[in-house]
Design a protein around this ligand. Sequence first.
Ligand code: T1G
Length: 708
Amino acid sequence: MNELVSVRLEDRVAVVTITNPPVNALSPGVPEGLRSSIAAAAANPAALAIVVIGAGRTFIAGADIREFGKVVSGEKLRGSLHPLLLEIEDCAKPVIMAIHGTAFGGGLEVAMAGHYRVMAPNALVGQPEVKLGIIPGAAGTQRLPRLAGVAKAVEMCAFGEPVGAREAHALGIVDAVIEGDLLAGAVAFAREAAGRPHPKTRERIEKLRDADPAIFARARQQAAKIRRGQTAPLAAIDAVESATRLSFDEGCAREAELFDQCLYSAQSKALIHAFFAERGVSKIPGVPRDAAVYEIRRAAVVGAGTMGGGITMNYANAGIPVIVKETSQEALDRGMATIHKNYANSVKKGKLSHAAVHQRLSLITPQLTYDGFDQADIIAEAVFEGMALKKQVFAEIDAVARPGCILASNTSYLDIDEIASATKRPEVVLGHHYFSPANVMRLLEIVRGKATSKDVLATSMALAKKLNKIGVLAGNARGFIGNRMLTPYLREAQFLVEEGASVEDVNQALYDFGMAMGPLAMSDLAGLDVGWRIRKEFRHLEKPGVRVPLVADRLCEMGRFGQKTGRGWSQYDENRQPSPDPETAALIEQAAREAGIERRSITREEIVDRCVLALVNEGARVLDEGIALRAADIDVVYLNGYGFPAWRGGPMFYADTVGLKTVLARIEEFRQHHSDDLWSPAPLLRRLAESGARFTDFDRQREVAAGV
Ligand code: T1G
């Protein structure tokens, strides 16, 4: 018993309550409180059984991740838990774990040490440690297969996805699902259990016996595919496999060994950084978290193209009725057909039921007019990228929108202030920049114009969460955060092919670095015409004499827009599988010859450094200019919008791990070989490198200064 864990008697059952908001993490004091509370209950003759429950929104969400940075030994982290769980399991009175919210990580491990588990219908259980680059460290890999069976335990420990109450019950992870009041149900369950002999999870070996070795082979294959480059999923599979080969104690020792290896890995540091970075993005200086948030009950979208359709689906998926407007019946029909097709695919994959799709479609109203736009709380514009058209649309919606309605542009490059100038209410205008496919990608750049009000920003942040997106605040500079940094990244990828690397070399080197796909493959997927249109819009800003990539425009002039036309940097078959395109290769050689570029052989290391450090250098400028609030925000953008490998933590965190002095030296080298215009080091990068600091230190200082 202490201030974090209390115990009281209810109906002859000792109720142990954990109160450690917000998520009852196992911070220092919680394991100690659990130990003393359970010991007191065990010694109290008036108590027949013990119920453990969490106060507030959840059971236990796991170990306290904030403590990990301070941890110098895995033993210290596990040490307080593992023996406690044995004590709970050995308790003479039945211990019933009452789960609501999430029993994750150490939370599920505590729950599995109880003799019984009961669960609220909407609660979740899981071992998500792999998402932090570690594995369960308090015998989760040993107890879970004993309850859920080996196959499910492998899946849960290796991939980290949670399981709902019904499934957890069917699997044997929990003993009952309690409708209605969880505590009352748990106490009733406990009274009934009091008279019975109670099982210890660690002694239950029935489900371990017939483990098929193919389970592990399959899981390793799958991990190599969907968690490419990550070590923790493989360690988790090894640990569960050891449960089928070793005694419980030996299995725990093996788990501890693997846990320590993961805890000290660069990957876990990167993934933990990503966890907090994702949760930090909503902290905006000057915008209190409780700033007035308007309710978004109805939405309207202008444009039913690829982006407009995806945005419409986002609203419908969140249960918000949405009008989608197009200018011709043909375009509207095409847009709706794509929406129908996307939903049909979700049904085919088993992700959505027919009923759910029907319900979502019923929220969408396709039309050719602005009728009903005066009822919308937000209007999202997703028409073609071009200032003149955007301004025309904003003038039109300004004429129909009700006062206070938020007007959001999905522009990926254009000036929000200029767009806002087409309206009489710039304070409600901002960018909501989605990433393609908009109904899938989690990133949403929320672009602040100079007049955008704090309420509108706060509402947008809250809306992002409701739409199941991660909203990142960006300043109004060309390309905002993500696309502004992408420009030099793609520029270097193209320079490298002009200088002698093949398209395949460039794509492969960055894929092997961990990117979801190579830069030229990504351009082919997005459509080369997108960049072409933007380059034309900004051509007048190009500085004479500065090298520009030569080939992309020529490909576009030939009608080669990438995957959608079957040819781009690569050629694509009818299944969109790429193969080298000899004509593109010839075009590249010809362009290089014309420009007098001497072609040479280029190492994979140079390919990766030129592309990734171009991102980092531009990122440092974006940060210095305040376009991004934190380096961590840039990381969130790249992890969620551009396929940067999560286990490297994002480009800025990656630069920290390489060391900013090394990064600076490499950039100086590129500057010598190329030009000042392209490779002069960002002043912030130089300042940090020379003072021995990291981007992480910069973030902390800026947050302290801003008081967030
Ligand atoms: N430790 C410390 N802080 C945590 C935390 C944790 N485990 N989980 C959440 N928070 C903070 C979070 O930073 C945020 O803070 C606030 O709580 C609300 O979170 C021994 C080694 C529980 C499903 O990986 O999945 O157990 O920003 O915004 O959307 O084997 O948080 O408000 O200051 O995410 O309602 C395993 C991680 C640990 C669970 C809630 N456990 N957490 O989601 O709110 S390792 C996890 C989550 C372990 C053992 C091992 C989610 C959530 P702030 P939120 P949410």
